[in-house]
Design a protein around this ligand. Structure first.
Ligand code: ZN
Length: 233
């Protein structure tokens, strides 16, 4: 899953409006942010196999440190605890925890059975990726719903808040559709580096336009009551 994880990040803004969108997107992407680094370090393994599923040429041979359910829950706890220690924003910390764990659930739905529960365990997956229309319908409707929630929970303060947000959504969509027509990568570095570069652009970009938007009543009503007064991160 690709833009489905972004959808979770956008939707999170409704439930933690004081958290910056970049942090809310980094949470559901956390497993995929760690994964290219772990590939480069040689801790995880991927094989190029054009016939793996209809949707992806990647055979995810070994990736329990970024993608097992146990490690995902541990990363979620580390991320949420760090965020809470810095911001004291309880709603934000909960939404981050749920966001990080949501990655496993969404990947479990889309991947063929390659998702481990813990390093070395049996692996599971519902193989939605075997159907291109099925995958695209699920991910695109999630993406539309996430964008809609975000657009209702915030409003642009200026042109950056409006157009940098539109451009961001359009680029993600174009990358998602364009990926259907690209040829399979030829090696691990071809997979890891573009992913790292994409994240280094997409996260600061989300931070930027989110700072140029402000919350609306739609988000204020949905705030999970935070006990301690929190600071805007
Ligand atoms: Zn993943």
């Amino acid at each position: 899953m690709f833009i489905g994880h972004f959808a979770v990040g956008f939707a999170s803004k409704k439930f933690a409006p004081r958290a910056n969108l970049a942090v809310l997107i980094a949470a559901p992407l956390a497993s995929d942010i760690l994964w290219p680094f772990f590939l480069l370090f040689g801790w995880e393994k991927v094989r190029i196999d054009p016939a793996n599923t209809r949707f992806t040429p990647l055979d995810l041979v070994w990736f329990p440190w970024s993608h097992s359910l146990l490690m995902t829950a541990i990363w979620a706890t580390v991320f949420a605890a760090l965020y809470y220690a810095i911001t004291r924003y309880r709603a934000g910390a909960w939404v981050i925890w749920i966001g990080v764990v949501s990655h496993w659930i969404l990947d479990w739905i889309t991947h063929r059975p390659d998702m481990p529960l813990y390093p070395g365990s049996a692996r599971y997956g519902l193989s939605l990726w075997n159907s291109i229309p099925g995958t695209m319908i699920v991910e695109l409707s999630m993406f539309a719903f996430g964008l809609w929630l975000y657009a209702r929970a915030t409003r642009a303060k200026d042109r950056i808040g409006r157009y940098a947000f539109f451009a961001y959504a359009a680029l993600l969509l174009a990358a998602y559709v364009g990926d259907r027509f690209s040829s399979p990568p030829s090696g691990t570095g071809d997979i890891a580096w573009p992913a790292i570069i994409a994240e280094a652009i997409l996260l600061p970009w989300a931070w930027w336009f989110d700072r140029h938007r402000e919350r609306t009543d739609q988000s204020a009503r949905a705030v999970i009551p935070a006990i301690s007064p929190s600071t805007d991160p």
